[in-house]
Write a protein that binds this ligand. Structure first.
Ligand code: MD3
Ligand code: FE
Length: 215
């Protein structure tokens, strides 16, 4: 008999974080090994790299993309680009298990017919962090961003619509999915420096998939 859930994890649950924002604990747990395997495949043709911000800082998080466009940054600014600037080739296609998971998670959180064009893949090692920011380069301001956490746990920083708003801290673990759209779409957020550790799926790293509707 196939167990419904891994013996070491709880059944999936949904928590409304805010209007338009839902935390689906364990939603991706059953598919996590397949998702990590697909990340390995993607990075064979589009390797993880440390992007440089327009301010000249090299990001501690390593990134790559799959889908019709990818998020990139350099000294000239941020953009979505159909071409990987490191290879000159289009980004790898979005794997079916990625798309399937993102669409099911969005629907579960109340966003029907989700149709993401991009998936940014972030890799954190101990000490890597993502400073407080808004994701505002996407044309569709209502469609959700779907975030899938894999591997080591992290502390999400969850603020408000203004940078100066108070910030909540939320622990996310492997298999947890956050969907934020509609009124929660432009909330400031980030990730606190990752604590060192070992995870059976991802070793010394945390991987986060963020699905976006760009066009
Ligand atoms: C959004 N990456 O790549 S969600 C990004 O864990 C990015 O790598 C995060 O933000 C990561 O642009 C994924 C983190 C997060 C936490 C709280 C939020 C996003 C949020 C609260 C509101 C809206
Ligand atoms: Fe973000």
């Amino acid at each position: 008999m196939t167990p419904l859930f891994d013996s070491d994890s709880s059944p999936p649950s949904r928590e409304e974080l805010d209007e338009g924002a839902a935390l689906l604990r364990g939603f991706a747990s059953a598919k996590a090994p397949v998702l990590v395997e697909e990340v390995g495949r993607i990075t064979q043709s589009a390797a993880f790299r440390h992007l440089v911000t327009p301010g000249g800082y090299t990001m501690s998080v390593a990134m790559t993309n799959c889908g019709r466009v990818g998020w990139v940054s350099d000294r000239n600014g941020y953009r979505y680009d159909p071409i990987d600037p490191d290879t000159g080739a289009p980004w790898p296609a979005m794997p079916v298990p990625f798309l399937d998971l993102a669409v099911r998670a969005a629907a579960d959180a109340g966003f029907a017919n989700y149709d993401p064009d991009a998936c940014l893949i972030n890799r954190y090692v101990g000490g890597a962090k993502l400073s407080l920011h808004q994701d505002r380069d996407e044309k569709d301001a209502w469609a959700p961003i779907v975030s899938v956490s894999l591997g080591l746990p992290a502390v999400f920083l969850w603020g408000g619509k203004r940078r100066s708003d108070p910030v909540r801290r939320l622990i996310v673990e492997s298999g947890d999915v956050v969907v934020w759209g509609g009124p929660a779409r432009f909330v400031y957020h980030g990730v606190a420096p990752l604590k060192d550790g070992q995870h059976p799926l991802t070793g010394t790293t945390r991987i986060n998939l963020t699905f976006r509707k760009v066009f």
